[in-house]
Design a protein. Structure first.
Ligand SMILES: [Zn+2]
Length: 408
């Protein structure tokens, strides 16, 4: 059973605010104890999921500490039930045909990638870049016309598996680029696209079969399961103590025993560092909140190319707004969210020196993780505009030569 489906497990989503320092850490402790489940952290608030059976108790604890909250989604169970069609009998069903009217399983996403490769062998190749903690293949799609001077773009989804819209958007972009390659602007076709739709396959399968709200991978540490893969990269690993990540295996922000301890993050590192292409952009897709964020996350200081990254992010946000009217905010991780240490984009920016490194939090502000499938295509379309706009921006900025004024 997927947690939260049965009526007996009716759950709610609350928005909690933190008027004082210290209250945030207290609420995080409640999550580690299992009394609540953190969905998202922001600068001054947090979204938490609560089983109805615990609501009175948790309300009492928050009131006692003067932590204000509002009920954002009164019946989460009903929203989870809407998704039921995909989670029932998943193990028995064959991979479905790929489309963007539904969220899909790992098998369907992998067979979609293989079909693209079979149909467009001169543009596409599928590579297994590593194996997960549970032994699953990590499959990456590379799209390239083979021109030597191409620059690289990395795109990944589902590092946090419950963020289902992220692999949907990334596969949509792959499909568009390949099937309409000849109509694409030069700033798109002169790139080598490295696309990893599901960075965390074990976790992704688990969100379809066991717990829709799973965030970590499925590695075992003592009695606990899972590392937050977006805290397991090396740059800034463990900085800011419990504010940036956690050393407690029971926490949903557990960073792992050391940087790159997890096969999934190690595979990303090796693939990026050994690629023949020089990367210009690293785009990691998450949900939710509609924000475009860039380094740093491990410190409140500005990164050296803050203004360039702000401009590139704003170019994306403008294109998104022009397409759908959705307003994506732009800023550094610490500006817009909260400390996050050991993230993939702090690493990609600092270590392989990929200048335009962004984490894009997709829709939605109202449904949170449970974005209705009817919004997949409109989300993917707005992001396509944003990503393509960034490609044009990069080409305008970058001559590709040593003397190029583009950052790094
Ligand atoms: Zn995420």
């Amino acid at each position: 059973m997927v947690r939260g489906r049965g009526r007996e497990h009716k759950s709610q989503l609350w928005e909690v605010r933190f008027p004082e320092e210290g209250q945030r850490q207290f609420v995080k402790t409640l999550d580690t104890l299992g009394a609540i489940h953190i969905w998202k952290e922001d600068r001054s608030n947090m979204d938490i999921m609560i089983d109805a059976s615990r609501a009175v108790q948790v309300a009492g604890i928050l009131n006692e500490r003067d932590i204000p909250y509002t009920i954002a989604i009164a019946d989460l169970t009903a929203l989870l039930e809407k998704e039921q069609n995909i989670t029932v009998n998943i193990s028995k069903s064959k991979p479905k045909n790929m489309d963007w009217n539904n969220y899909h399983t790992l098998d369907t996403i992998y067979s979609f990638m293989e079909c693209l490769e079979a149909e467009y062998p001169y543009l596409c190749s599928v590579q297994v870049i590593g194996r997960t903690a549970e032994g699953r293949d990590m499959k990456m799609l590379k799209i390239s016309n083979g021109v030597k001077s191409n620059q690289g773009v990395w795109m990944d989804g589902a590092i946090h598996p419950r963020e289902w819209i992220s692999p949907a958007v990334v596969t949509y972009l792959a499909d568009r680029i390949v099937r309409t390659f000849n109509e694409m602007p030069e700033s798109v076709t002169n790139k080598d696209w490295y696309i990893l739709p599901v960075l965390n396959p074990d976790g992704y399968v688990y969100t379809h079969t066991q717990d829709r709200m799973w965030r970590k991978n499925r590695a075992r540490y003592k009695e606990c399961i899972g590392v937050d893969l977006n805290r397991n990269f090396s740059y800034g690993f463990g900085e800011k103590g419990e504010e940036g990540s956690s050393d407690d295996p029971g926490s949903i922000f557990y960073r792992g025993p050391k940087a790159f301890s997890e096969p999934e993050t190690a595979a990303v590192k090796n693939t990026v560092l050994n690629a023949p292409t020089k990367f210009k952009a690293f785009l990691s897709f998450h949900s939710y909140g509609e924000v475009i964020i860039f380094p740093w996350g491990y410190t409140s200081e500005s990164c050296p190319d803050y203004v360039d990254l702000l401009e590139g992010g704003t170019a994306m946000a403008k294109a998104i707004y022009g397409t759908s009217g959705h307003t994506y905010k732009v800023g550094s991780t610490k500006d817009l969210m909260y400390y996050a240490a050991g993230t993939s984009i702090d690493w990609s920016y600092a270590v392989p020196n990929i200048p335009y490194s962004y984490m894009i939090e997709l829709r939605s502000r109202t449904h949170r993780f449970l974005l209705p499938k009817e919004e997949i295509i409109s989300t993917a379309t707005e992001i396509q505009s944003g990503v393509f706009r960034l490609m044009a921006f990069i080409d305008q900025r970058c001559t590709g030569k040593e003397s190029c004024p583009c950052p790094k």
